[in-house]
Write a protein that binds this ligand. Structure first.
Ligand SMILES: [Zn+2]
Length: 136
């Protein structure tokens, strides 16, 4: 992520902000770059989730924390299977899959989530990686 002043914000700092839910400011210009990031807004509960079994009072907080865990597991940009993400976050694979779809949406930051076979195609195992947001 790059601040509007041109300073590169390291992924480790973004991960810290996601993990702690704290708003961090650019150390060079003081702009609240990270606070304005869609993924951090989502983790902070400011971006609404919706779904067929959605119960706003109960699910908003749970899903906000969950997308933060999935994002944190993927931020290094490595290829991971749903099971490997599960090993990191403890979340069910179906939930992880749903959160990866959320990350592609504009309101969650328009991330590019790539998918490919892991090993023999006939095994039907997939792995995923998170790339930088697709900027218009
Ligand atoms: Zn800055």
């Amino acid at each position: 992520m790059t601040c509007r002043c041109g300073k590169t914000i390291p992924d480790s700092i973004i991960k810290l902000a996601v993990d702690t839910g704290r708003n961090l400011r650019c150390s060079t210009c003081g702009h609240g770059t990270l606070a304005s990031s869609p993924i951090l807004k989502a983790v902070g509960g400011a971006i609404k989730f919706n779904g067929s079994n959605y119960d706003p009072a109960h699910d908003q907080k749970r899903l906000s924390k969950q997308i933060g865990r999935v994002y944190g597991a993927m931020i290094d940009g490595g290829w991971l299977t749903l099971d490997e993400i599960h090993q990191v976050t403890g979340d069910p694979q179906a939930s992880i899959s749903a959160q990866l779809r959320h990350l592609r949406k504009e309101r969650f930051g328009s991330y590019s989530v790539e998918k490919r076979h892991r090993g023999e195609k006939s095994h039907g195992l997939y792995e995923y990686r998170l790339l930088a947001p697709v900027t218009p």
